[in-house]
Write a protein that binds this ligand. Sequence first.
Ligand SMILES: NC(=O)c1ccc[n+]([C@@H]2O[C@H](COP(=O)([O-])OP(=O)(O)OC[C@H]3O[C@@H](n4cnc5c(N)ncnc54)[C@H](O)[C@@H]3O)[C@@H](O)[C@H]2O)c1
Length: 366
Amino acid sequence: MIVIAGAGGFIGGALVRYFHERGFTRIRAVDKKPLGEWYQSTSAAENLCLDVSEEENCVRACEGANEVYTLAADMGGMGFIERFRIECLRSVLINTHLIEAAYRAGVERYFYSSSACVYNTDLQKDPHVRPLKESDAYPAMAERGYGWEKLISEMFCQEYWHERKMKTFIARFHNVYGPFGTWEGGREKAPAAISRKLIEAKHQQAPQIEIWGDGSQTRSYMFIDDCVKGVDLITHCDDLIAKPINLGSSEMVSVNQLADLVQEFAGIKPGRQYILDAPKGVAGRNSDNSMIKSILGWEPNTPLREGMRKTYAWIEEEYLRRSPRRPSSSGGINDSVLAVERKSVPIASIPARPLEKANEPSVAEQ
Ligand SMILES: NC(=O)c1ccc[n+]([C@@H]2O[C@H](COP(=O)([O-])OP(=O)(O)OC[C@H]3O[C@@H](n4cnc5c(N)ncnc54)[C@H](O)[C@@H]3O)[C@@H](O)[C@H]2O)c1
């Protein structure tokens, strides 16, 4: 039995589909959201609505499990993780209870989704940053809230191997994007946020779009297909037991370059209003893929242009589906990414809180 927690979200949902398409029949998909709000679902899986920050729900989730994949977390783009640090920190309950329940259930392999946000922020102050290698997490100066939660959860995974001999696997994801991801509501990241802004500008004839920061901040972005393949490869490689490893693309671009690319798909060239006091995270971040290449002989390799073309097409399709009376001049929507069972993408619910800055934009980017 494969158990995937966070299956109602972007990566968890894609992972359920990935295993299902490879012929696995015993898959349990778990998320705290009601099933109708899952980004996608596979009817062949056992789909359960459970909050896995509660111990007894973790016991239920892990019954009969051979492998457990922890993709559940309260997270979002930079706007979310800078503003809701307590929610991010509270995700520590998820891994804490799930890993113990997995251990008690005799699980053979346990996967944990960590993040590049564990890396020392002092090493990420320049847009032309040296790519981050696995050892750069220590001495630790992780991203406040979210990054520290990931770092302590990694440590749980490492100790469950060292003390109790449960095989644990830890991937540090660098920004993941693709169809079925969050593209509105406040938790979306830069690829989806920029796509949506350009789609809105195109269909509403807006003269300009907002960009958070000055557009020089750099990141690398991994396409979702590479992410789920990497999770599978990492979890089934015994050389990687309890060894955190980067899972990300090494194709680094600035936010301005990302916007230039997406503009080509939109076929428009609006002006850019730079919001300099918006949340923008570290100045630069890229993935050093030496370890993954040497151990797995593979690295995430979908070109950004190819992945963004599919992502843009999917977001535009979703946007037009929500707004059927808006005139469409899109054309060319890529059917291949739409030919799967789909549920509507819900607007993420962020707890109502006073904003820290009165004029803070409502879109999250990382
Ligand atoms: N997307 C990225 O770029 C990225 C980058 C680095 C790390 N990660 C990590 O990958 C994992 C998956 O991210 P994602 O992009 O799919 O996020 P997501 O928000 O789309 O999915 C997370 C899912 O977890 C569920 N969840 C949250 N708390 C839960 C709980 N207590 N019980 C059950 N379900 C719960 C949510 O309802 C949501 O459906 C997370 O751990 C995230 O921190 C993602």
